[in-house]
Design a protein around this ligand. Structure first.
Ligand code: UP5
Ligand code: MG
Length: 190
């Protein structure tokens, strides 16, 4: 028997669109394991690994870390979780990330949850977050927005062309956004 592949949902959206916040809600209600690629990379910096300095410099510039690094961290976290359903938050961020993940893991996402939010609102949210993230300053935020538009949105468009994107208006309150998220995760009764 072929090994059963885990179920994966990619959670995408601009910086500060609310990916992490809503993933925490989904975990609580629907039993997924939440893997934030950004959180995994920040933990890798803290662990003092040999890639740490490179990762730190890239995050400070809002640049996308080479996919082999990120994919390794995601695969390790998936194995260690013991679960078989995952929210992968903030990955894939460019076409190369997407193609490499598919090639290495042979996993295709069940669907892509896309949080659509205006830049002014995302900027407001990030600047009032105060969690000491090194990339939460206005200079890096602008770079993150540019990388999102140039490299990450095309990934959303790719999955949209395959009918896999569930787009959510993320400019509303946390509660209202979660209502829309729940509707997507709850099986419809006939
Ligand atoms: N908030 C949330 N929802 C709200 C709502 N509806 N109304 C009002 N406020 C709301 O939310 C941001 C803030 O807004 C919080 O204070 C929250 O309370 C509030 P959050 O849920 O944290 O948003 P999120 O989309 O997760 O924002 P985040 O800043 O984490 O997104 P990014 O995509 O920028 O960050 P990430 O950690 O994914 O990546 C950081 C960097 O890592 C990247 O720039 C890149 O350099 C690197 N990276 C890679 O290289 N490769 C990867 O695969 C992933 C990351
Ligand atoms: Mg996040």
């Amino acid at each position: 028997d072929a090994e059963k592949k885990p179920a994966v949902i990619f959670v995408l959206g601009g910086p500060g669109s609310g990916k992490g916040t809503q993933c925490a809600n989904i975990v609580e209600h629907f039993g997924y394991t939440h893997l934030s690629a950004g959180d995994l990379l920040r933990a890798e910096i803290k662990s003092g690994s040999e890639n740490g300095t490179m990762i730190q410099n890239m995050i400070k510039e809002g640049k996308i870390v080479p996919s082999e690094v990120t994919i390794k961290l995601l695969q390790k976290a998936m194995q260690e979780s013991g679960n078989d359903k995952f929210l992968i938050d903030g990955f894939p961020r460019n076409e190369e990330n997407r193609a490499a993940f598919e090639a290495v893991t042979k996993i295709e996402p069940a669907f892509v949850l896309f949080f659509n939010c205006p830049e002014e609102e995302m900027e407001r949210r990030i600047l009032s977050r105060n969690q000491g993230r090194e990339d939460d300053n206005i200079e890096t935020i602008r770079k993150r927005f540019n990388v999102f538009l140039e490299s990450s949105l095309p990934v959303v468009e790719y999955y949209d062309s395959k009918g896999k994107v569930r787009k959510i208006d993320a400019a509303k309150s946390v509660e209202e956004v979660f209502e829309a998220v729940k509707a997507i995760f709850t099986p419809k009764e006939e």
